[in-house]
Design a protein around this ligand. Sequence first.
Ligand code: GN1
Ligand code: MG
Length: 371
Amino acid sequence: MECTLSDLRGIADRFALPAAVSAVTPLGNGNVNDTFRVETESGQRFVLQRLNTRVFRHPEQVMANIVALNRHVAGRAPLTATPERRWELPEAIPLRDATAFQLRHPSGVWRMLSHVDQANTHDTVLHLDHAAELGRGLGTFHRLIHDLPCRQLADTLEGFHITPGYLASFDQVHAGLTGRTPQHRFDADEHHCIAFVNQRRALAGVLEQAKAAGVLQLRPIHGDPKVNNVMLDTATGRAVALVDLDTVKPGLVHYDIGDCLRSGCNPAGEESRDLEAVVFDLDRCRAILGGYLEQARSFLTAADFDHLPVAARLISFELGLRFFTDHLAGNRYFKVSHPRHNLERALVQFRLTESIEAQDTALNALIEELR
Ligand code: GN1
Ligand code: MG
């Protein structure tokens, strides 16, 4: 259901803000939720979001995870504050009547978070200092939450980043299309994607097998640390916060590192239509991992390092697989602006996967160097 401005103001007013709402404007370009910036008459800003409940089926658990994170990080300023860097974690704002952190409304489920002021984001990495800050941002976030016991976090999105599960969904959707009479006719791009996936079936299980064998351990993760979820201080360019905390839940740090690399090392960005421009840039990769390890090295195990080289490749492949499956399924998960949008996004991620594969030796050497 579409919301008018007056609906949005009414919704924002239900949350415990310090003053009346003076403006609500759209914010960002998320693929799943709807996001707005709220300004109050006292001049403060907040972030209002409508959670996509087809994706996040238990919004109260999503909010409980954010609150658990807020509690864990509160009072840990000494761990993060340096003279050069401020660090923030968006905080959940309760409803006025303090009954919950989410509002059920005819238009959907809404929640309010604090706003990270004097900060901005970009969709792609602009230069190597930006890449290093991206890594430091993710590393700082992991350092602050790695010792939050996983049992305190709900699994808000079952199957998220479980690549074999996405492969099974692909097989199901694909079989549904080929089993029809008359059979669905795939175009050349779709044939390419199907062959691409089929050639990489063995890759899908690598991280999950290591997890099942107890080689890799579950830790709290962000789930979606792409370039535009890392806020940079507008004056200093330093990372100050990771935003978009819906996917915080137990997982492997490799999902996060892989996601950060697939997003940060592709100068063309994930919405590019120019496939020739899509490459995995090793200099950006070195800068991101260098920044990350400055913050996070102390709690990574040897096995964690052993599995870093595969993380970027796997998460790029996985996102391509997710986009492609959604394309075949009729664009039901990711927001699209035209019918081939998810197919185009899949082609970008598969091209990026190929670029990573072509540089496998150099990537391994780079990670050995940083160990
Ligand atoms: C989705 O909604 P957004 O843009 O924050 C997706 C991520 C993908 C990302 C790709 C819950 O994130 O996993 O990496 O799109 N989030 C969910 O842009 O599926
Ligand atoms: Mg997200």
